[in-house]
Design a protein around this ligand. Sequence first.
Ligand SMILES: [Cu+2]
Length: 149
Amino acid sequence: MRRLVLPVLLALAGACTAREPGTIAAGDLEVHGAFAFAPPTASEAAGYFTIVNRGRDPDTLLTATSPIAGAAMLHGQVPDGGMVRMEHISAPAIAAGDSLVLAPGGTHLMLMTLDRLPKAGDTIAVTLTFARAGALNVNLPVRAYGDAP
Ligand SMILES: [Cu+2]
């Protein structure tokens, strides 16, 4: 049993030094830069983060849930006759070595029918479930609208 201790400690140390603060990891996936804008009403809010696949296999985001939202899903922004329309993105795949970037003006996590109004300084808990990496809990710090990093 004793021989197991050192490799485990080395693995933990490596994991800590390789990742920037605020990075959440599950398996080969890392999520960083997570935040949400404080919405004007509790009907919907948008969340943003970057998912990086550091593994050798693709992974797929199957579902997103939040305890404060009736529903959560990924939306893309699609140009539509001079306007921009939101479109549901179902089960996006993240190729090995690739990233899925959610950012203001583009793809976002849409949280719908919130049971309370998130304010700047709050945190929205979200669980992302992936086909390979499994469940990943991400906390989205809530920022005042337009207060991007
Ligand atoms: Cu949306």
